[in-house]
Design a protein around this ligand. Structure first.
Ligand code: SF4
Ligand code: SF4
Length: 130
């Protein structure tokens, strides 16, 4: 019985999507070389459904510095910048609950479909929204 399951799993197509090549570590160049040579194909990221809660998008121009988003954020993602009355978001802490989006009175915050944001540096540009 176990053997049958094992063999069927070995022959089954993977349930997960292969990670898109453009997000692979720079050291993985062999695959990209094969892509350029037409020997391998880049698999696009899986499409996300409507209203998917990805990385929060911030419209700095619209922001009035009211700090309501800071009050509702359960993960202390948002830092107020008093000198400019704007905010900075430390996305590495974000739980993608979108409470800040709902709270913002001027629609300066929104959810985006961007979910491929993993980084080894939590302070990287990709993980800092301002
Ligand atoms: S989505 Fe949730 S956790 Fe992320 S910044 Fe907004 S309120 Fe905070
Ligand atoms: S709730 Fe909206 S307007 Fe107020 S500080 Fe946050 S982003 Fe800016």
């Amino acid at each position: 019985m176990i053997l049958k399951t094992l063999i069927s799993q070995l022959l089954a197509r993977p349930a997960t999507n292969r990670f898109p090549a453009k997000y692979m570590p720079k050291s993985v160049t062999h695959f990209l070389t094969n892509v350029q040579a037409g020997k391998a194909k880049i698999v696009p990221p899986v499409p996300v459904p409507p209203k998917f809660r990805g990385k929060i998008a911030y419209n700095r121009e619209k922001c009035i510095g009211c700090q309501l988003c800071i009050r509702v954020c359960p993960a202390q993602v948002i830092q107020f910048l008093p000198e400019v009355k704007k905010i900075r978001m430390h996305v590495a802490r974000c739980t993608f609950c979108a409470q800040c989006v709902d709270a913002c009175p001027v629609d300066a915050l929104d959810v985006s479909p961007d979910f491929l944001i993993a980084d080894t540096n939590r302070s990287s540009k990709a993980l800092t929204v301002e």
